[in-house]
Design a protein around this ligand. Structure first.
Ligand SMILES: NC(=O)c1ccc[n+]([C@@H]2O[C@H](COP(=O)([O-])OP(=O)(O)OC[C@H]3O[C@@H](n4cnc5c(N)ncnc54)[C@H](OP(=O)(O)O)[C@@H]3O)[C@@H](O)[C@H]2O)c1
Length: 265
């Protein structure tokens, strides 16, 4: 797999996260080609990772087993038209939010193997959550799994419609945790702690809680109960959160994100 020829269309933030994960996992840099409209961006990626810069869609396609579409959703139609038709032994992976596999196949050709992925920004630090959907055969699915697993965890869904909920939970999810972090930092400062100390306290608390969630094998509810002594400080805080309707707020917020994902699609 480390020799798999991967062609990135778009060398922005998410592409860089995946390139850096692949290189860290031992992927051959010569097997990664990147095409981007911004030459400075291409130079920077070439300098940092030793990847091959590609100047046009014909040479990128010739040099790739996998085409990884990492442009903004509003740029995707132009890109697809540049690459159509795609031969059927190539794997086309799209990370563009809200763009269905059907829409991609309609432009690239019905036989093309398309894998749709919803990653999230923690891919930038190798801790991403990428959810994949495809009707393509095992070889294409294995290629996609290999690429995304280099920048974090992966999961597959069987119904493409579920991508809206996935987008609302893990795609947008990092922003919800960042908002909570901002609010906790501000609250700590209002109680007299310095900004620097609050940033450290909240960042490390988030990291520790995240590791307990993913490593302890215990559900979130149990972990929460284990921190909460009856009549103690945590219980006082949690009661205030429930009185402020936090569960309703989170349910409504995530439903709004899923609804927006459907509208954009
Ligand atoms: N960021 C997230 O949290 C997140 C999460 C899940 C999915 N995604 C998806 O990931 C995709 C990429 O997002 P991003 O944040 O990495 O975007 P980005 O930083 O804007 O990267 C896109 C890159 O592609 C270049 N580009 C535009 N048109 C091109 C073309 N025709 N050929 C080659 N390169 C072209 C852009 O150049 P210019 O700047 O010159 O246009 C830019 O450098 C999006 O579709 C987004 O929906 C993002």
């Amino acid at each position: 797999m480390q020799q798999l020829k991967i062609g990135f269309v778009g060398g922005g933030n998410m592409a860089e996260a995946m390139i850096s994960g692949l290189i860290a996992a031992g992927h051959n840099a010569d097997a990664i080609c990147v095409m981007d409209t911004n030459p400075d961006r291409l130079d920077a990626l070439q300098q940092q990772y030793g990847i091959v810069a590609c100047s046009n869609s014909v040479s990128l396609q010739a040099a790739s087993d996998v085409l990884l579409l990492a442009v903004k959703p509003q740029q995707i139609d132009d890109v697809l038209k540049q690459f159509a038709p795609v031969v059927s032994d190539k794997t086309v992976i799209s990370i563009a939010a809200g763009i269905s596999t059907g829409r991609i196949a309609r432009i690239l050709g019905d036989d093309v193997a398309v894998v749709r992925v919803m990653p999230n920004t923690p891919c930038l630090v190798g801790e991403g959550m990428s959810v994949l959907y495809s009707k393509a055969d095992e070889m294409h699915r294995t290629r996609a799994e290999y690429i995304l697993a280099s920048s974090g965890q992966t999961a597959w869904i069987d119904e493409e419609q579920q991508m809206h909920a996935v987008t609302a939970v893990s795609g947008s999810g990092p922003a919800y945790f960042f908002l909570l972090a901002e609010l906790m930092q501000a609250a700590g400062q209002s109680l007299g702690l310095s900004r620097e100390l609050c940033e450290t306290l909240v960042g490390q608390t988030a990291l520790g809680a995240g590791r307990m969630l993913t490593e302890s094998g215990k559900p979130a509810e149990l972990l929460r109960q284990q921190v909460t002594s009856p009549g103690g400080t945590t219980q006082a805080a949690l009661e205030a959160m429930f009185e402020g309707q936090l569960p309703d707020i989170v349910r409504t917020a995530i439903a709004a994100a899923a609804r927006r994902s459907k509208e954009l699609a």
